[in-house]
Ligand binder design. Structure first.
Ligand code: FMN
Length: 181
């Protein structure tokens, strides 16, 4: 697909079929994350692909968290947990621990995840970039046995069950100014 079309077509997908993704397709998407630019070329990312039991356990932990904690987060985190249950594949994006480079490493991970979202769109696969997993970061890190890393975010991958309309986007004229003098 042409780059501009991929950028325009990418949308957050929140409903998935149960159709499995091949390992080749998942690896293709992860590879596009790997190729992203990163500050000082640190490549601070590490991907853990989970499905079935571990994926559902993460969703259950999120649901438990919202039951026992802040009520105003309930609907957002609950909705995200239900999406995680439905989607066949969840990629957890871990970040190397480094207190001196938090902001640049976080920006680098943004580039990495967007590369993966765009490649997924290109391949006809739906994705959702997720931060809500962070409420159960400690538990996830323990389950994955990656105590030397931090959880940055997650990405769902699956065949879409919906064709969402584009979410409202700010107009260019409202977010750009030029100084040509
Ligand atoms: C850093 C980041 C974190 C996000 N976390 C969540 C999340 O936890 N749950 C969710 O449903 N959507 C999440 N989203 C998706 C946004 O809600 C979505 O990108 C936004 O509403 C614009 O819609 P679009 O992606 O279809 O253009 C996240 C997006 C980004 C970039």
């Amino acid at each position: 697909m042409e780059t501009l079309k991929v950028i325009q077509e990418r949308k957050s997908i929140r409903s998935y079929t149960s159709q499995k993704l091949s390992k080749e397709l998942i690896e293709d998407i992860l590879n596009c994350g790997r190729l992203a630019p990163s500050a000082k070329n640190r490549q601070p990312w590490y991907f853990v692909v989970v499905e079935k039991n571990i994926k559902n356990k993460i969703a259950d932990l999120m649901l438990e968290y919202v039951e026992n904690n802040i009520q105003n987060l309930k609907s957002s985190v609950e909705t995200t947990a239900k999406i995680i249950k439905e989607v066949p594949i969840l990629v957890l994006i871990l970040k190397d621990k480094n207190n001196d480079t938090i902001i640049s490493d976080t920006l680098s991970i943004g580039a990495c995840v967007e590369n993966m979202c765009l490649r997924a769109t290109d391949l006809g696969i739906g994705s959702l970039w997720i931060r809500d997993v962070i409420y159960v970061e400690d538990e996830i890190i323990k389950i994955l046995n990656h105590e030397n890393r931090e959880l940055s975010c997650a990405l769902t991958l699956g065949y879409t069950n919906q064709i969402p309309r584009q979410r409202p986007k700010k107009e260019l004229e409202d977010i750009v100014e030029w100084h040509n003098e």
